[in-house]
Design a protein around this ligand. Structure first.
Ligand SMILES: C[S@@+](CC[C@H](N)C(=O)[O-])C[C@H]1O[C@@H](n2cnc3c(N)ncnc32)[C@H](O)[C@@H]1O
Length: 304
């Protein structure tokens, strides 16, 4: 089988592009209005190994420049999904989606949803509640945006439910294709036991991006991630027959991304399938718990 080609420079003729360097440089070579979807999770300016912490104002100025370029390359029917958490300084949190909202709104983009991505694992805080969600701001450039809800419907809770009165009495009341997945998504984040885990400290689960790709693009469209990390967005795009482009400043993560994309194309990349139910220790026979773990909390619950 011929080796899958991942171009190091952008061209509209390619299927996959991974630029080893600064996203602004990649973006400068992308034609206006050519991308159908931008999905990314930028650095949060919290001093992770891959970033240099800056003042919040300087960080927001830099993000504004990148967002401006993403808006320029976005197709009029396209979407931008900016996934962020909190900037934390001296114990005080600033939700980055709130801080970044003006960069989109001032350019005329419209916010369609603020998706809450809930997960169970992360840092344990002792002076505030542990953070267990992040958000995805979904913006569109115009009102004529592409959105295919049917491609991401989830099973109905009560598929056998019927109208009990009126002209439709006796007919099923649910959409047989499933229900709208809503704006709270419960998807495990990529921690140590996750099949997709690499050495990157905060990679996306591929399934999180798949929903965006499926509902906001069609086959052959371009999906762009300016902060590509280990390539999760690009893989989600390729998985569904889209073209995928990204930039990553760290050569180490770029190399991992290239390998993962090649493995995906060769059919050997392990990933968590969309819609697999979240691990439930009770249903799983508590295989990962010791007899005393969480006993105090459990007793409390039984008293309620
Ligand atoms: C939150 S991570 C994104 C992880 C990614 N979503 C994934 O699933 O692997 C942010 C990434 O942006 C990269 N980065 C930081 N500054 C960059 C820049 N100016 N241009 C391109 N990438 C950059 C970092 O090295 C880091 O891997």
């Amino acid at each position: 089988m011929p080796k899958f080609f991942i171009s190091p420079v952008f061209s509209l003729q390619e299927q996959a592009v991974l630029f080893d360097g600064d996203c602004l440089e990649l973006l400068s070579g992308i034609p206006d209005e050519s991308m159908r979807l931008v999905v990314t999770s930028p650095p949060y300016n919290i001093g992770k190994s891959y970033e240099r912490k800056n003042t919040l104002d300087k960080y927001l100025e830099w993000q504004d420049r990148v967002i401006g370029e993403c808006v320029r390359v976005l197709h009029p029917e396209g979407s931008i999904c900016w996934q962020t958490g909190n900037y934390v300084h001296a114990g005080s949190i600033v939700p980055l989606d709130i801080a970044l909202y003006p960069s989109f709104a001032n350019r005329g983009l419209k916010l369609r949803n603020r998706v809450i991505w809930h997960f169970e694992h992360g840092l344990h805080c002792s002076r505030r509640l542990s953070g267990r969600y992040e958000t995805i701001l979904w913006f569109t450039k115009t009102d004529e945006y592409s959105f295919d809800l049917d491609s991401i419907r989830v099973p109905q809770k009560y598929p056998g439910k019927k109208y009990f009165k009126g002209s439709k009495a006796g007919q099923y009341s649910c959409n047989p294709l499933g229900k709208n997945p809503g704006d709270v998504w419960i998807i495990p984040n990529v921690k140590n036991n996750h099949v997709e885990k690499t050495s990157h400290p905060c990679q996306f689960p591929i399934e999180l991006v798949e929903r965006l790709v499926l509902s906001m693009t069609r086959k052959g469209d371009w999906v762009l991630d300016p902060f590509a990390g280990v390539g999760s967005t690009l893989i989600a795009g390729l998985k569904h027959g889209r073209r995928a482009a990204g930039a990553e400043l760290s050569s180490e993560y770029c190399e991992i991304a290239r390998n993962r994309m090649a493995q995906f194309m060769a059919g050997s990349l392990r990933s968590r399938p969309m819609y697999r139910p979240v691990y439930d220790p009770k249903n799983a026979g508590r295989s990962m718990t010791t007899p005393t773990a969480g006993k105090a909390a459990e007793e409390q619950f039984q008293l309620l």
